[in-house]
Structure formats: C-alpha cells, structure tokens
Design a binder for this molecule. Structure first.
Ligand SMILES: Cc1ncc(COP(=O)(O)O)c(C=O)c1O
Length: 477
C-alpha cells in the first residue's frame, strides 16, 4: 500500500522537520524580485509542437565515435533511462534548450551548481570583467581571499580552506589530510554515497556506478580500497561494529549528510549526531562531503541545517557558480598540515582560478540575500508534493522527499533509508516516466539514483507546469 503524499514527504523529511524547518509558513515566501524571471526563449514550452530529437541523435552518434560512450561523464549518456541524451545548445534561468530547439524546465542545474539559475546576468557580467584581466594567473589573487572569507564565514566547520578544481579532488585531498592528521589508515564510507572517482572511494559508490550496474571499477587496485570500510547509510549500529572491530585504526568517517547519489535520502533523526559522537569518542574525524549539500540546504550547508559541526568539509558545485571548482576545509589545526603550511602535499595548476572564484563569489552573494532558502523550500515542497500526489492519484506506488532545493522520489513504497531501499524502486517505470517528462519539456536527472535540484530562477509557473506534465505522464505509464 502506498503512503499518502504527506506521509511520504514526512518519511524522508522527518529529520528535516524535526531539526530545523523554517517556522514561517511557506506560502508567505514569493520569488524575490531580483531573481531571474523567465528570459523569453524562442520556443516556449506551450508553443512546442513537434518534439523531435533528430539533431541531438545525430550529434550524439558522432560523439560516440569521438568520446567513450559519447560523453565526458557517464550518467549523461541516459543508459538507465533508455534512448539517447539530448544535446544542449544553451541554458538560461530555469531553462535549457537543446540543439533541436526544444526547451526544458531543468531540475538538474548542471548537477547542482546552478542554484541561482543558469547563466545569471550578474555572474556573466562579473565573469566578463574578470576575463579582461586574464583567465588564469597560477599565482595568488585577491579573488581567492574574497571567496575564502565568504566560505569561512558561512560554513561552521571551516576555519581555513583550500580551493581545488572539482569535488573529486576535494575528497582526495581531505582523505589524505584526515589520514595525515590522525596517522591512521582506515576510513568508513556509506553504501551509495559518492565522493568522486578517486580509487579509495570506488567501493559501493552509488550514482553513476550504480546506474551502470558496475559493482566496482576495474583498474582500482585492491590496495587502494583495502582500508575503505563500508556500512549501510542510516545504520548506526553497523558503524559502531566497525569501530569495535578496528579499534584505534579508523581515521575518519566520510558521508553525504543528505544523500544525493542514491537518489534523495535524508538522515534519520539523530543519525548524524550519533555518528559525530562516535568519531569524537574514538579519536577519528568526521568529514561531511558537502559537494552537493553545501550552500544548497542552507547558506551554511547541511552542517548549519542540522546543527552539527564536523571536523572537515568538502565543497564543490555551487561555490564555483558553474565553473570547475572544489574545496576542502576545516579546523585550523588540521588545515595547517596542508602544504606549504605543513607536510601534507596537495597542489593544482588551476586551483583558485580567477574565473571560478568570480562565479563563486557572485553566486554566494545572491544566495545570501534574505528569502533565498525560504523560496527554495517553498517551491521544492510544492513540486515534490505535487509529483507524489499526481503519482498516487494515477495508482502508482511512489515515495519521496525534499530539503530546501534538493529533492527526489522513488517508485517504491518507502521509507527509503539507504541504498538497498532505493534499489527497490521500479527503475523501468522511472525510465518510462523520465522519457514522458522529457517530451513534456521537463528535464530531470537521467537516473533514478540522482537527486533533483531547484533554483531561485524556478517560478511557480515552472512548478505548476511540471506537476501538470507529471499528471499526464503518470496516467500513461
Ligand atoms: C557528494 C559528492 N561528492 C563528490 C562529488 C564529486 O564531484 P566532481 O564531480 O566535481 O568531481 C560529487 C559529484 O556529484 C558529489 O555529489
């Protein structure tokens, strides 16, 4: 028996409502006036008549001869939803346009960075100004100080920060740092959590790996994952057992404080607190991988949202405003181990790149304006509730949830607490739903095992259009 829509949302959102949901009724928040409000694109969703992907198909067939699988990151290839990917020509606000001229309401947001909307005018103008001074310095610049100050002021655990070029790099760096600081080797990660594609993390890594049905990746040496221990997400006693078995050996626990890489999975109430206590009691470090949740759940990320201060944090996506960036940071005494302040080596040719810093600075400035997160909460709540209601009304078993601008739903009864629960979802039905929504002009992540994202540029009309489209598609799948 399916849960009611409200119960399903609460099923996931339990931890959020019990921790720190805004006390203000969401109906009081409207889209702040300075936000992007629907730049007119040549073919609007309603004007769209003949849905064809001819040019996308031709381009993707050519791409397959040029790049492995035709893409530069696996999930983009649509393998788990069938058909071929749409090839994008341009993005603006909440919209994407493909090379056939079809327009979509986008809930991927370049996998998270586009939280103030794509190609924001102020960000573009700031980038143009910075670009006049050059595209890369390979030397210190003032923009690094500005973004570092903003990140340190916003994220509770971060007293010092190191910028890198991707979330993967951030997680690689933070892992080396945790091992260097504790002088221990073992780490605990959770099944279905993704921390980039560095060897030690490619164990039960969710997301792209799960989507392709690859248990692990060939090429990862056994030695690289020998010290990676895994536990099911939300299973505190499994983690306790690992600490018992490997007394004094565990350097750190790394986790997604809200999982996005198995679909959207919220932590159970007290799970994060209990994990935090456990690390403290055992001399291990707690690392929040906030590459996805940083500046998305709240301005201070998941750690501010849940009121838990980890030892170390990784960031990416939003802090680069759509340009390649990552960062890791934490307590000063730990960060001072990083070269050249300390002995732990880590470096990068393009790290602290002025364009990436610029886009990050202007994205964070916008997010900091009053009402941003209340607005994200409001539209995302309406969206997920509308989708769940529509699904149930059409007789489907569906559950889902959201926090701020992050959401997800599964074709299973729920509650979904971990990756095994997520895998109970009817992925074939998801694929049918996905293709149907695409034809209706709605672009979700092309995998059941990815969270969705809203942005400040999504309007109430976007949300209503999406729900109406879902009603149609649910009736015919
Ligand atoms: C939680 C998390 N950590 C790390 C990464 C890796 O980031 P990147 O793709 O920038 O290397 C991702 C990417 O989606 C992520 O979601």
């Amino acid at each position: 028996m399916a849960n009611s829509g409200a119960a399903a949302v609460v099923g996931f959102g339990l931890s959020c409502s019990s921790v720190k949901l805004s006390q203000t009724p969401i109906s009081q928040f409207s889209q702040p006036s300075r936000r992007f409000c629907g730049v007119k694109m040549a073919v609007s969703l309603d004007e769209k008549k003949n849905f064809t992907l001819k040019k996308s198909e031709e381009a993707f067939n050519a791409a397959k001869e040029l790049m492995p699988g035709g893409v530069n990151s696996p999930v983009r290839a649509f393998k788990s939803v069938g058909g071929q990917p749409i090839v994008i020509d341009s993005v603006k606000g909440s919209r994407m346009r493909d090379i056939d001229g079809n327009e979509y309401i986008d809930y991927v947001g370049s996998w998270g960075p586009a939280i103030i909307g794509h190609a924001d005018d102020e960000v573009l103008a700031a980038l143009a100004d910075t670009m006049k001074k050059g595209t890369s310095f390979g030397a210190p610049c003032l923009l690094e100080n500005v973004l570092a100050e903003m990140v340190i002021a916003a994220v509770p655990s971060i007293e010092m920060v190191r910028f890198v070029n991707s979330g993967t790099e951030a997680c690689m760096g933070v892992l080396r740092l945790a091992r260097a600081f504790t002088r221990r080797q073992k780490i605990i990660k959770f099944e279905g959590c993704y921390h980039g594609h560095a060897d030690p993390f490619l164990v039960k890594a969710g997301s792209g790996v799960a989507t392709l049905g690859l248990p692990d990746s060939p090429g990862v040496p056994e030695a690289a994952t020998h010290d990676t221990l895994t536990a099911p997400y939300n299973d505190f006693s499994a983690v306790e057992e690992l600490f018992e078995t490997h007394k004094g050996e565990i350097a750190a626990i790394i986790l997604e404080p809200v999982v996005g890489n198995s679909g959207f999975i919220a932590p159970k109430p007290d799970f994060l607190t209990a994990i935090h206590e456990l690390t403290k009691d055992n001399g291990a470090l707690l690392i929040f991988d906030e590459v996805m949740t940083g500046f998305r759940l709240s301005y201070g990320g998941a750690q501010e949202y849940f009121g838990i201060t980890p030892d170390l944090t990784t960031l990416g996506k939003i802090i680069g405003g759509g340009l390649p960036v990552g960062a890791y940071g934490g307590r000063r005494e730990i960060m001072e181990m990083v070269a050249p302040a300390g002995p732990m080596y880590q470096a990068g040719t393009l790290s602290g790149n002025p364009l990436a810093m610029t886009a990050g600075i202007h994205t964070l400035k916008r997010l900091k304006e009053p009402g941003s997160y209340e607005y994200l909460n409001k539209i995302t709540s309406e969206l997920i509730q509308g989708i769940l209601d529509a699904g149930k009304k059409a007789g489907h078993t569906i559950s889902g949830g959201y926090i701020s601008g992050m959401f997800g739903f599964f074709f299973t009864e729920g509650p979904v607490y971990n990756f095994s629960d997520a895998k109970k979802s009817d992925t074939e039905k998801f694929a049918r739903f996905y293709r149907g929504m695409l034809e209706e002009g709605v672009y979700f992540a092309p995998s059941q095992f990815e969270a969705g994202f809203t942005s400040l540029a999504h309007t109430s009309e976007d949300i209503q259009h999406t729900i109406a489209a879902a009603e149609k598609v649910f009736r015919r799948i």
